[in-house]
Design a protein around this ligand. Structure first.
Ligand code: ADP
Ligand code: MG
Length: 355
C-alpha cells in the first residue's frame, strides 16, 4: 500500500508541482514534503503574491525535512548519535523548540506520547522507508522497556543538549508534521494571508473562511481510502488523524502498526483511527492536535477520554476496533457522516473530573 501511495504521490508531484491554479478566487497549489503531498489553498489572494508565499512555505518544509529527519543524516541524527555516545551536542533553535514541545506532550499524555521512542521504532522496522516484515526479538523489546527512555531525561543548557539516559533516541514523527503546518500557517499569516488551508495528506489547519461560506473539509475514513465525514469550519482550526492504515506490516494474519505503546514496547491496538480537532490552542494548534491523535491512539478505547482531558483536547472522533465510533459531544454537531456509522456513541468528556 505504501508503494502504491508513493507512486501516486510521485505522479501527482510531476503533474502538479509548479503549476498553481487560480479558481474562483481560490489559489491552489500542491507541494511534496515529508513524503506526503501538501495542498495549499488560499482565498482572495493575488496569484503572484500567492505563488511567492507558497514558494516560501516550500523552502521552509524542505529545510525542516532535512533538519528533523529521524534516520537520515542531519541535525537530529547527529544529536541522537551524541546522546548514544554520552556526549552533549549544540543544536539549532528549532530542535530545542521541538524537544521542549515533545517534553510538554509527554508530560501531558502521562508518557503515552514519547518522542524518545526512536530505538524502539527502529527495532520494529519503522525507521526505514519500507516497514519491516516481522516482530523483533521479545527480549530486545523488554530491554527497551526496562531502559525506559524519556524526553524528560534530556537536559537543555542554552543550545546544548545532553541526556542522562543513553537509550534516548529522538523521533519527532508523532508531531513534526503538525509543528510544520503550524509554522507554514504562521508564515502565510505574516504575509497578510488570512483565509487559507494547509493540508498535509489529510492532516490540516485552516484559517478564516472561503469567501461567503466556511471551508468544507473531510475526515479520512478508518481504512485510509475514503472520507468518513465532512465538517464546515471557519476561524482557526486544525484537524489531525492517526490511523492504523498509515504505516504497518502484517505478520501471521495480525497487523502491526507504527504507533507504539511505550509501556509494553508493542504496537498499540484497539483503535482504527482517531481524529482530533483543535481551535486556537496556545501550544500551537497543529502540533497539539498531531501529538494528541497519536497519544489517544496509544491510550485506546478504555483510556482515551482520560488522556484527552489531560491534554485539554475536546473535539475527538475515534473509530475503535470494537466496531464503535465514538464522538465527543462538543464535536458531534459539526460532523456530517458520509454513511451513518452502525454504532455511534456520543461521549461527554467533562462528565468526570480531570485527574
Ligand atoms: P500518521 O499521521 O502518519 O498516522 P502519527 O501522527 O500518528 O502519524 O505519528 C506516528 C509516528 O509517531 C510514528 O511513525 C513514529 O514516528 C511516532 N511514534 C510512534 N509511537 C509513538 C509514541 N508512543 N509517542 C510518540 N511518537 C510515536
Ligand atoms: Mg501524530
Amino acid at each position: 500500500m505504501n508503494g502504491l501511495r508513493l507512486v501516486l504521490a510521485a505522479f501527482a508531484a510531476l503533474t502538479l508541482i509548479g503549476c498553481g491554479q487560480a479558481r474562483q478566487d481560490t489559489y491552489e497549489q500542491q507541494l511534496m514534503a515529508f513524503g506526503t503531498l501538501v495542498d495549499i489553498s488560499l482565498y482572495g489572494v493575488e496569484p503572484q503574491q500567492a505563488r511567492q508565499a507558497v514558494e516560501a512555505v516550500d523552502a521552509l518544509f524542505q529545510q525542516q525535512h532535512h533538519d528533523w529527519h529521524a534516520w537520515q543524516r542531519g541535525e537530529l541524527d547527529s544529536l541522537n548519535q551524541a546522546i548514544a555516545a554520552g556526549r552533549s551536542q549544540q543544536v539549532d533553535a528549532s530542535i530545542v523548540h521541538l524537544i521542549e514541545l515533545g517534553q510538554r506532550f509527554e508530560r501531558l499524555s502521562h508518557g503515552l506520547f514519547n518522542p524518545a521512542i526512536g530505538h524502539l521504532l527502529k527495532l520494529w522496522g519503522f525507521q526505514q522507508d519500507a516497514p519491516g516484515h516481522s516482530p523483533p526479538d521479545p527480549a530486545a523489546v523488554r530491554r527497551w522497556v526496562q531502559a525506559a527512555p524519556s524526553t524528560l531525561q534530556l537536559h537543555i543548557d542554552g543550545g546544548r543538549v545532553s541526556s542522562s539516559n543513553r537509550a534516548v533516541k529522538l523521533d519527532f514523527g508523532g508531531f513534526a508534521k503538525g509543528y510544520s503546518v503550524d509554522t507554514a500557517v504562521r508564515l502565510l499569516e505574516q504575509r497578510g494571508i488570512h483565509n487559507l488551508i494547509v493540508n498535509a495528506g489529510g492532516d490540516l489547519c485552516l484559517r478564516g473562511r472561503h469567501g461567503e461560506r466556511p471551508w468544507r473539509i473531510g475526515i479520512r475514513s478508518a481504512d485510509g481510502a475514503g472520507v468518513l465525514a465532512s465538517m464546515d469550519l471557519e476561524g482557526a482550526h486544525c484537524v489531525f488523524t492517526s490511523g492504523d492504515y498509515e504505516r504497518y506490516f502484517e505478520y501471521r494474519g495480525k497487523r502491526y502498526t507504527h504507533i507504539l505503546d511505550p509501556r509494553s514496547g508493542y504496537p498499540a491496538a484497539g483503535v482504527h483511527s482517531v481524529t482530533v480537532v483543535t481551535s486556537d490552542a496556545a501550544l500551537g494548534d497543529a502540533a497539539l492536535a498531531d501529538a494528541a491523535a497519536t497519544a489517544l491512539f496509544v491510550a485506546g478505547v478504555p483510556d482515551w477520554q482520560r488522556i484527552a482531558r489531560a491534554m485539554s483536547v475536546d473535539d475527538i472522533l475515534l473509530v475503535g476496533t470494537d466496531g464503535i465510533t465514538y464522538v465527543t459531544d462538543a464535536l458531534r454537531p459539526l460532523v456530517h457522516f458520509e454513511q451513518p456509522p452502525a454504532h455511534l456513541e456520543s461521549v461527554r468528556l467533562d462528565a468526570q473530573l480531570a485527574p
